[in-house]
Design a protein around this ligand. Structure first.
Ligand code: PAF
Length: 279
């Protein structure tokens, strides 16, 4: 396994692999790797000749009062995980290497970037779309793997990839959960034991909602889940919305494939989760 810290160097290596006919898989991450990331790595190792994991806590996707500085950075452990899981290259650039002072270009995915999480984190998806498009160009990836926990992110990246004619194929991967239902997230490390227990109500409410989706009205399904979420002590709901799994438009009674997606603060930690609901 090779660790590369410079974008141009990785791009040169990636081009050589492309010329050799190797297929390249990319797993973009911000590090603090967990079983969710490992499931993406495993898929790429199986599908692709070369697997690249990028580890970059991307400053441009954090708002001014968000957790950029406190975001966990367990570099040594992350590298061990990558090595153990047969990653070929870890791309670990500095902020200056990705976003030098004179960087002026940003990618925006209109409308989709402004709803749900985007309504509460105005610069977030512009930062995500920009860094991911840079990573696609740098890595020359044939396939890029994204977890479905960040469902809005996945949809935005799919749209960006289509609109900007990237050759990279997006591979959506299922949410990985703890046995108790909690969706894995690097931010779970912020939760106290008590908050972790309270957080289980999020996946529980979603699971119940998905069961009821076939027989009850959308409003009834949503209301019941929201009431349950509201009862979590010391919590705040940013949003709870049932949207079309295709384009994030509000679901209605004719929507066959919907996603119930929520962002909830438990104490000082903002958790997102979602569940697919089919008729
Ligand atoms: O999902 C994440 O960890 C990040 O948003 C990503 C896709 C690596 C871009 O920084």
């Amino acid at each position: 396994m090779k660790v590369i810290k410079d974008a141009l160097q990785l791009q040169k290596v990636a081009f050589k692999h492309l010329i050799n006919g190797d297929e390249i898989g990319l797993i973009p991450t911000m590090g603090a790797l967990h079983e969710g990331h490992i499931s993406l790595i495993e898929k790429s190792v199986k599908n692709d000749d070369i697997t690249i994991v990028s580890i970059f806590v991307n400053p441009v996707q954090f708002g001014p009062n968000e957790d950029y500085l406190k975001y966990p950075r367990p570099i040594k452990k992350d590298l061990e995980i990558c090595k153990r899981n047969h990653v070929d290259y870890v791309f670990m650039p500095s902020v200056n290497n990705m976003f030098p002072q004179d960087h002026k270009t940003f990618v925006e995915v209109k409308t989709l970037q402004d709803i749900m999480c985007g309504a509460f984190r105005p610069v977030h998806f512009r930062g995500v779309a920009t860094v991911v498009s840079k990573l696609f160009n740098i890595s020359c990836a044939d396939r890029a793997y994204f977890g479905m926990k960040d469902f809005q992110q996945l949809k935005i990246i799919e749209k960006m990839t289509k609109d900007l004619n990237f050759r990279t194929k997006i591979v959506p991967c299922p949410i990985v959960r703890e046995k108790n239902g909690l969706a894995l997230s690097s931010r779970n490390s912020y939760l106290s034991d008590e908050e972790r227990l309270l957080s289980l109500n999020i996946s529980k409410s979603l699971k119940e909602a998905a069961k009821e989706f076939k027989n009850k009205s959308l409003n009834a399904v949503k209301k019941k889940a929201v009431n349950k979420l509201k009862k979590i002590p010391n919590s705040k709901i940013d949003y709870a919305e049932i949207v079309s799994a295709d384009d994030l438009s509000p679901a209605d009674k004719n929507t066959k494939r919907a996603v119930f997606t929520v962002a909830v603060w438990v104490g000082k930690t903002r958790l997102i989760d979602n569940i697919q609901m089919t008729k």
